[in-house]
Design a protein around this ligand. Sequence first.
Ligand code: SF4
Length: 183
Amino acid sequence: MLLSKNKQFLAEDFSCQRIASYQPFNAVDGEGIRCSVYVSGCLFNCKGCYNKVAQSFKYGELYTEALEEKILTDIGHEGVQGLSLLGGEPFMNTQVCLSLVKKLRERYGLTRDIWIWSGYTYDELCNESEDKQELLSYCDILVDGQFIQELFKPNLAYRGSLNQKIVDVVKSKISGEEVLYSI
Ligand code: SF4
């Protein structure tokens, strides 16, 4: 049974503004070469979670201005396509994620894309708290939905279970309905 969570899991109540890991220049978290930030903390507690240790909001290291500057500098390197935000749950850590995506857009405009992995679905986020909707507004591609072990399938591109979708957020906003991203 999936957790019902509408406007309950507010970042301001839970986030300790920590990250579990930062992986610069990888080629696995989305298309092209990417810089990936794995934030700490997620309340969904999916059975079979691939990153259980990062469910704790206290796990990992504090997100500092120095780390943020390093990430932004890395993203500026030639050949980097964009930023990936994973977790943990990025939308339960909007203080960290909003700070980073806003500065990314200020510095690089639309020359870098933003992919986000979330246990929330696109529809849920469209009706969520203001900070979550704001983070969604910066997102180009959303890999959405909680992990469901019974629907696990190996080798799904960028997803773990069949219920999860790769949503083209930019096209979805334009068309007014959910548009899936074609790989
Ligand atoms: S949403 Fe992701 S990080 Fe959160 S419990 Fe589920 S699998 Fe783990």
